[in-house]
Design a protein around this ligand. Structure first.
Ligand code: BDR
Ligand code: CA
Length: 311
């Protein structure tokens, strides 16, 4: 179908990344041209393996490419406290019998954008290293990128990895700075909205009762993800990364506001902060449509229906 949105998904699975893949590959509005992977929630070797195994579980075999194993100019921070040692603890997926392509994430993304008849939208679910390398290596390519729908940052909700910063941004703030100053339209799903995007126990029960392959996978993912978040006082598991998919495929579910966002790269306490200009008299032009709220029940229904569609 020609009216589908052509997208490339960059991710670091990760429990919520895996759920985002479930949501994206079931969505009829998206034409997914490739999945690229970065180190983030775990090392690149683990996130790459996880991405392929999740896709194999879903019966999908898109082009998959490995990207950066570390941020542009910092050491990689991983999140075993949230996602376990494998990056997908709580699941036991079969190994995908196929391999990633030989091109790097940015080479593949560049080629697919060049070959595409229409501008491509990027959905990013992890640190922005792969995208920053793409934009730096191929500066002209930004004109062919329609939008970046990303999970990262926050404008009012504070941080989750530090008191000021959200994980995806603080892991590679220099990369985030390159993306936010690129001039490419950005839809930003930060903690302001993703902390509201919770799946609650009755909704999880519906998935468990369904029991299909994607429903089972998402149930297992939420069960493990819930351990960390219940210890943090959440009433349900916040589904960060699926928001970046839904904000593109179902933007009517979100309340967005255009804002100017700067990335703090040299703070004493605030490195990785996404500093939003809230002034009414601001002269700084907006560089992001920031998601602030969502229709939570409709968002979860989208995910549950997506799970059920895999049979
Ligand atoms: C983000 O950090 C990662 O742990 C999640 O996958 C998500 O992309 C939330 O801060
Ligand atoms: Ca992620």
């Amino acid at each position: 179908m020609t009216d589908k949105i052509p997208v490339i998904i960059d991710c670091d699975p990760g429990h919520d990344d895996a759920m985002a893949l479930v949501l994206a590959f079931a969505n009829q509005k998206l034409d997914i041209r490739a999945v690229t992977v970065t180190g983030g929630n775990q090392t690149l070797a683990k996130t790459l393996r996880n991405a392929k195994n999740v896709l194999h579980c879903l019966g999908k075999q898109p082009l998959v490419a490995a990207g950066a194993d570390k941020p542009l100019c910092r050491d990689l921070q991983v999140a075993p406290n949230v996602h376990g040692e494998t990056g997908l603890d709580g699941t036991n997926l079969a190994e995908a019998p196929w391999s990633e392509v030989k091109e790097s994430a940015w080479e593949l993304t560049h080629r697919l954008i060049e070959e595409s008849e229409k501008p491509i939208t990027l959905i990013t679910l992890g640190p922005l290293t792969n995208i920053a390398i793409l934009l730096s290596a191929y500066p002209k390519i930004r004109r062919r990128i329609k939008r970046i729908s990303l999970m990262g940052g926050s404008v009012l909700a504070g941080g989750n990895w530090t008191s000021a910063a959200e994980f995806n941004i603080v892991v590679d703030p220099e990369a985030a700075d390159i993306v936010f100053t690129s001039g490419i339209p950005i839809t930003m799903c930060g903690l302001d909205v993703t902390h509201k995007a919770m799946i609650l126990p009755p909704e999880l029960a519906e998935l468990k009762q369904h029991g299909g392959r994607a429903s089972k996978l998402v149930s297992e993912l939420v069960d493990f993800y819930w351990i960390f978040h219940s210890n943090q006082g959440f009433a349900g598991a916040p589904l960060h990364d699926p928001c970046a998919v839904a904000a593109l495929a179902a933007p009517e579910l979100f309340t967005m506001r255009d804002m100017h966002i700067d990335i703090e790269t040299r703070g004493t306490y605030t490195t990785g902060m996404t500093l939003a200009d809230h002034r009414m008299w601001t002269k700084a032009p907006p560089n992001a449509s920031v998601c602030l709220d969502l229709n939570r029940p409709a968002f979860i229904r989208l995910l549950i229906d997506a799970c059920k569609s895999y049979g």
